[in-house]
Design a protein around this ligand. Structure first.
Ligand code: FES
Length: 160
């Protein structure tokens, strides 16, 4: 498994933003992991090893960072990855009901993907939009104030 020539160039550009040496390579880790996820679809162990080789960092350090952030997928996800914030502010605004409704509509529970690979449902930690919860991140986009079953239905309709 290796990066495309285009992504290798992007990694060179990313590395130029940081000081030379291990500290710079560590600083480049997050954008390089994002690039890896973009290219490989998710961060498999093999993809993490590729990142470790490219940045000359230990596989353990790559694994530690990749598994800490929920924005990195450690297994394949559907076309639309619905990440519902399950933290305090969003829960107080009804995030649990939102998850329940999504479970009923999609026939899956958090951590699962629909049989047609269209939707993956996850519960995640704070998405840093606490004032406008409940928040659902769909791939790279935020959908805020998704409070009612109707809000959820409208969102799913937009995605279908
Ligand atoms: S608690 Fe949901 S975005 Fe912060």
């Amino acid at each position: 498994m290796e990066f495309t020539p285009e992504n290798k160039k992007k990694i060179e550009e990313i590395l130029k933003r940081y000081p030379e040496g291990k500290v710079g390579r560590q600083a480049a880790l997050l954008p390089v992991l994002r690039l890896a996820q973009e290219q490989f679809g998710y961060l498999s162990e093999e993809a993490m090893l590729t990142v470790a080789q490219v940045l000359d960092l230990s596989p353990a350090s790559i694994y530690g960072v990749a598994t800490f952030y929920t924005l990195f997928n450690k297994k394949p996800v559907g076309k639309y990855h619905l990440q519902v914030c399950a933290n305090l502010s969003c829960c107080m605004e009804g995030a649990e009901k939102v998850v329940k409704h999504l479970e009923e509509k999609l026939g899956i529970v958090p951590g699962e993907t629909t049989a047609d690979n269209r939707f993956t449902l996850s519960e995640v930690e704070c998405l840093a939009a606490c004032g406008t919860g409940p928040v659902i991140q769909v791939n790279e986009n935020y959908h805020e104030k998704i409070k009612t079953p109707e809000d959820v239905d409208r969102l799913l309709e937009k995605l279908r």
